[in-house]
Write a protein that binds this ligand. Structure first.
Ligand code: B1M
Length: 210
């Protein structure tokens, strides 16, 4: 079994200590942080999602898998951000109101930080007022994440609140998350949509250059 296999297995089984140990071992053996992230952690969460859909595991197992992933991500983070340079923009990122999923949002935040952007992490279950406040505090990009079809609709309300506060021209608004599509982004008047964390980095550069 390779280190990557061990890492995937540890996350799927929710063994945080083993996941952290596999990441440390992988880094010590010279495996690239991005490879550990993509082939280990992200692949493991895709497997967790599939097991949940097939009724093989339930919410508590998803939760412990997520904890294991977050623990391992904490070890990877310094490596992922170490190529960071001066802040190229200030991004306020959060998971929208009603939604507690934060793994994808954290990954996007890390990749952006590693690409030189200053991050205001607003956390999860973020109401419109907090996004509005972040723009007042200087964010020039708002990045919203939603993982549930029931919460993605809050994105439109948040954009509306930003417009009502007279701040729509002061920040680019971008969105992402598993149920989000480009069509949806266009429909609700967002400035862009990214499918994953590296796409989000490209998108932030694009919207700031536009
Ligand atoms: Co939840 N959950 N969950 N869950 N959960 C999903 C999302 C689900 C698809 C599972 C399923 O049914 N197959 C389903 C949603 C169905 C739907 O709405 N269509 C679901 C459900 C139903 C629920 C609950 C309602 C379950 C319940 O209680 N009955 C509940 C809701 C709680 C709430 O939020 N109010 C719930 C709870 C949970 C846990 C707490 C147990 C846990 C979250 C823990 C945490 O985040 N700290 C959890 C998990 C782990 C998942 C799955 C298994 C994995 C999500 C994940 O972390 N993926 C998920 C199934 C799946 O996705 N296959 C599922 C890995 C992550 C790296 O990917 O988040 O997609 P993702 O992020 C990607 C991209 O989407 C993109 O980049 C990221 C990196 O590549 N991206 C952005 C994300 N945000 C972006 C923002 C951007 C740009 C790109 O800004 C510009």
């Amino acid at each position: 079994m390779t280190i990557i296999d061990e890492l995937r297995e540890a996350v799927v089984e929710g063994q945080q200590k083993a996941a952290v140990a596999s990441v440390e071992k992988g880094l010590a053996e010279g495996i690239d942080a991005g490879t550990l992230l993509r082939e280990g952690l992200i692949a493991a969460m895709a497997q967790v999602g599939q097991l949940y859909e097939e009724g093989e595991i339930f919410v508590p197992e998803m939760l412990v898998a997520a904890r294991a992933m977050n623990g391992a991500l904490g070890v990877l983070k310094p490596r992922l951000v170490e190529q960071g340079v001066e802040a190229a923009g200030k991004v306020a990122i959060g998971t929208v109101q009603g939604d507690l999923h934060d793994i994808g949002k954290n990954l996007v935040a890390m990749m952006l930080e590693g690409s030189g952007f200053e991050i205001m992490d607003l956390g999860v279950d973020v109401p419109a007022a907090k996004f509005v406040q972040a723009i007042r505090e200087g964010a020039n990009v708002v990045a919203m994440s939603a993982l549930l079809t029931t919460t993605m609709t809050n994105m439109q309300a948040i954009i509306e609140a930003i417009r009502e506060a007279g701040l729509r021209d002061q920040a680019r608004i971008i969105i992402g998350g598993a149920p989000i599509t480009k069509t949806y982004a266009d429909e609700i008047g967002a400035d862009g949509y990214a499918v994953d964390a590296s796409g989000a980095v490209r998108l932030v550069r694009e919207v700031l250059a536009a």
